[in-house]
Design a protein around this ligand. Structure first.
Ligand SMILES: [Zn+2]
Length: 499
């Protein structure tokens, strides 16, 4: 009987974001289930994350699973030491108390940072490794936004990352992790490893796998992996550039039966990616230019404006008003905007009731230097409670944004919610009574995940640079701790540490 302990602890830490991520943030998530513990982890067969895929694959192999905890917090500032220590201890103590195990699978992100640990997942792996010993297979699934340093590669037997952004292969990644774990258990030989860090950062909005160059990069990755049976796994992680830590960089990871095969595959993929550096230059339009371009469209299908810098999924506050103000300045006849995070405004709309006209200060409250939009809005529709997501990425999850209101100001309809969430599923608009395909301009607060569900209905997509808590162009961020000499985007300026 093969006994495998499984746990999930995921956070993408934007070290520039103002709000720390405390323990409760892992339990109050708008679009993920919050804390799931013990046998409950095994109860949802469609759990659309790496752990779900791992469970399905492990059952096919007849493994006995020991589920500990699975949790995720919306991307935000540093994870508090209290949250990190409590959750890491929960995982490590459960493994120590209930072992020995034949193997361990962890569902991690790869970009978690605390004030004490700039590479927090390396610390999780180190503590698990200390309990299970050097020879027990320890495999982790990762988000492709992980910033992977040498410590993680050293502590884990294998690391395997998503291959899609929008992330529609989270479950498949868990299946791949299980195959790697199986290979380790069968051969009883550790993998040879190769780890390469690229020489430039990749702005998040240039990382989509639905567009070039990442579409071709992942095709090349799969071709290289297929070409040599000695290769067990090849991963490419474009990384999370909003992290002021030395290991912040895109990386390539190769695991193989021999060192030559691992090095060869890693070097070939790294060279292929490096040759596309030109494509990782940030190109964004200011909000007024983007709105003018959208108004020039003659299509019956919506023009999508992606407010890429106010993405809750990268630690944004989702309450900036820049794009909305540009829509109002241009007096657009028909636009919808989602999802503005403003619990006070949502509650005020619920008190006023549907049909009321309400004067309020909307958004602009969470970022220093921003101001709310003060105006009279018509409360068009109210909603509350749980509803199902339907898009390719998170379909199957239940979301709950708390109190929700659709507010209208002239031709602009704004979905306001009590919880911060990235607009990556059309269900968020439908919950507030809006059908996105019926509107001329659709504004989504999202860097890239929106593409999975919204790209099919859009005539064109325009990426907008409105002021936010962070800048999607890494060259504009106040970095202090990056690796010396790394370029801040494709063909960008070089980072130099201050003396
Ligand atoms: Zn990600």
């Amino acid at each position: 009987m093969t006994r495998v302990a499984i746990a999930g602890f995921l956070h993408e830490t934007n070290t520039f974001a103002p709000t720390p991520t405390d323990y409760d943030a892992f339990g109050e998530v708008a679009a993920f289930p919050g804390f799931v513990r013990g046998e409950k982890i095994l109860e949802n067969p469609r759990f659309p994350v790496a752990t779900g895929g791992f469970i399905a694959a492990a059952r096919e192999r007849g493994y006995t699973l020991f589920p500990i905890v699975w949790c995720f917090a919306e991307p935000s500032g540093h994870v508090t030491e209290n949250a990190f220590e409590r959750l890491t201890a929960e995982i490590v103590n459960a493994i120590a108390t209930n072992g020995p195990f034949d193997a361990v699978h962890l569902d991690l992100h790869g970009a978690m940072v605390t004030r004490r640990f700039s590479d927090a997942e390396a610390e999780v792996l180190r503590r698990v490794r200390a309990v299970i010993g050097p020879d027990t297979p320890l495999v982790a699934s990762l988000d492709l936004h992980g910033n992977i340093g040498t410590e993680m590669v050293k502590e884990a037997s294998a690391l395997v990352a998503y291959r899609t952004y929008p992330h529609i292969d989270m479950r498949e990644t868990g299946v791949r992790a299980c195959a790697l774990l199986d290979r380790l258990l069968t051969t009883r030989q550790p993998f040879a490893r190769a780890h390469r860090a690229l020489s430039f950062l990749m702005p998040a909005h240039r990382q989509s796998t639905l567009t070039e160059p990442c579409r071709s990069i992942y095709s090349e990755l799969e071709a290289l992996e297929r070409a040599d049976p000695a290769i067990a796994s090849l991963s490419f992680l474009p990384g999370f550039p909003l992290a002021d830590i030395p290991m912040c960089a895109p990386t390539v990871l190769a695991y193989a039966d021999n060192q030559d095969a691992a090095d060869r595959a890693a070097d070939r993929l790294t060279a292929f990616i490096s040759a596309q550096e030109e494509a990782f230059v940030p190109h964004l339009l200011p909000a007024d230019d983007a709105v003018a371009l959208a108004l020039a469209s003659r299509s019956k299908r919506p023009v999508l404006l992606a407010d890429v810098q106010d993405n809750a999924g990268a630690g944004g506050t989702a309450d900036t008003m820049g794009v909305i103000e540009a829509l109002l300045r241009a007096n657009v006849p028909d636009a919808i905007v989602g999802i503005v995070n403003d619990p006070e405004a949502a509650a005020a709309a619920h008190r006023a009731g549907a049909g009321a006209t309400l004067t309020l200060a909307l958004g602009g409250k969470l970022v220093a230097g921003h101001a709310p939009l003060r105006a009279s809005f018509v409360v068009e529709k109210l909603a509350d409670g749980a509803f199902s997501l339907t898009g390719p990425m998170l379909g199957g999850f239940t979301a709950n944004l708390g109190k929700v209101a659709q507010l209208r100001l002239n031709g602009v309809r704004i979905v306001v919610a009590s919880r911060r969430v990235q607009c990556n599923d059309q269900a968020y608009f439908r919950h507030a009574g809006l059908e996105p395909s019926e509107h001329r301009i659709v504004v989504v607060k999202s860097t890239n995940h929106y593409r999975a569900d919204f790209q099919p209905i859009a005539d064109q997509i325009i990426e907008v640079a409105a002021p936010s808590v962070y800048d999607v162009n890494p060259a504009n961020l106040p970095f202090l701790h990056l690796r010396e000499g790394i370029r801040l985007h494709g063909k960008g300026p070089t980072f130099q540490r201050r003396p």
